[in-house]
Design a protein around this ligand. Structure first.
Ligand code: ATP
Ligand code: MG
Length: 351
């Protein structure tokens, strides 16, 4: 679903994370989609905190660096949000004509949203008619205007044409790249530096979404504290570099203790989903985000849940010119670009 803005023009997907900004522009080819521009610029730790842009100028500079390096001329961008400023609810409404349904959504939304309706941007998507055909299930999404204004503040000189939700952008990437079986229930994870988005999907429909405040920073923090390291050393160690005085066993033990916390959060979410949805079990876990790369994490998920767990590859079906983008770059950064690719793909659902 393309939220908050019916775009008329192609957009550059822009994922403003707490550790980095990512941008992706795609083009349509005869066979599907091709990567045309991509960039990732790191942000220093105090720039984006708890999902809020604290230092808009630094974010704007990072975006400018990507656009300049990649010679991006398109000024229309789409971005995505997550966290407490985003409310996602499924509601049942009577079967109505489009414009009446619109009025009904706006008339009833207030009941479901814990904020003043005047302070949010609303959008919705019709999911499924009820078996009797007299009602429809509607996915209602509300984002606090403050949040959108906060993101807008970092987009100096650009048009914010679309605001999406991280979990839905991730789902978009998944659908285009994996062409999932409509009967298969899959859990999509985006494990970033400070937040993990979880989206349980089936047949193109998000069944359950949750954002949890855990991620790669927790591993770095734990390594810093347990092994008395600087942030840089801890980051490098986590990403596989050897460090004098630290054994593989020491490192693995710290990483394992943090992975246990993440696995427990995922476990709680899957248990809650099973208990409330009463639906068929989850078939497959696909994990994106930089922290999905943490040594041992996906193995622990496989072991804990006894199911297929893979890293989500946003370029499984999206081609790129190897003369412009090396395989190595795509492999190294791919999992961190999953949300951004999903945003870039919104250029093509110009319904
Ligand atoms: N190869 C790797 N192994 C382990 N961790 C990694 C690796 N590469 C990146 N990370 C970690 O992934 C995190 C960054 O991932 P990502 O770019 O998805 O986060 P983000 O979008 O900036 O953050 P968030 O969405 O949580 O605000 C950092 O914590 C980083 O240390
Ligand atoms: Mg992120």
């Amino acid at each position: 679903m393309a939220l908050f803005g019916r775009k008329q023009k192609p957009i550059v997907g822009l994922d403003i994370g707490s550790s980095s900004v990512k941008a992706v522009e795609l083009k349509k080819t005869k066979e599907g989609y091709e990567l045309s521009k991509v960039g990732l610029e790191p942000l220093s730790p105090e720039t984006v905190v708890d999902g809020a842009i604290i230092d808009a100028l630094s974010v704007s500079d990072a975006i400018n660096r990507i656009f300049e390096a990649q010679k991006v001329t398109n000024k229309n961008v789409g971005t995505s949000v997550s966290g407490h400023s985003v409310i996602i609810k499924k509601i049942n409404l009577p079967m109505l004509e489009d414009d009446e349904l619109y009025d009904e959504v706006y008339a009833t939304a207030g009941q479901y949203i814990p904020f003043d309706i005047a302070d949010v941007s609303l959008d919705y998507q019709v999911l499924e008619p009820s078996p009797a055909g007299d009602a429809v299930e509607v996915l209602l999404v509300a984002v606090k205007r403050d949040k959108i204004n906060n993101y807008q503040s970092a987009l100096i000189g650009r048009n914010l044409s679309l605001v999406d939700v991280d979990a839905f952008a991730l789902q978009n990437t998944y659908e285009v790249n994996y062409d999932p079986d409509p009967d298969s229930t899959d859990a999509l994870l985006n494990i970033g530096a400070s937040v993990m988005n979880i989206n349980i999907v089936r047949g193109g429909i998000p069944l359950f979404t949750r954002d949890v405040s855990v991620g790669g920073n927790q591993y770095t923090d734990a390594l810093q504290k347990e092994l008395e390291l600087s942030f840089e050393d801890a980051e490098n160690l986590k990403r596989g570099q050897a460090l004098a005085g630290v054994s593989d066993e020491q490192k693995a033990a710290v990483l394992r203790s943090v992975s246990e916390i993440l696995v427990l959060e995922i476990q709680k979410t899957l248990d809650f989903f099973r208990a409330t949805a009463g639906a068929a079990g989850i078939n497959h876990i696909l994990a994106a985000g930089g922290a999905a790369r943490t040594p041992g994490l996906l193995d622990m998920l496989r072991e804990e849940f006894q199911m297929q767990v893979d890293e989500l590859d946003p370029f499984r079906r999206i081609t790129y010119n190897p003369a412009k983008f090396s395989d190595e770059y795509i492999q190294e950064t791919g999992s961190r670009l999953a949300v951004c690719v999903g945003l870039g793909l919104r250029s093509f659902d110009l319904a």
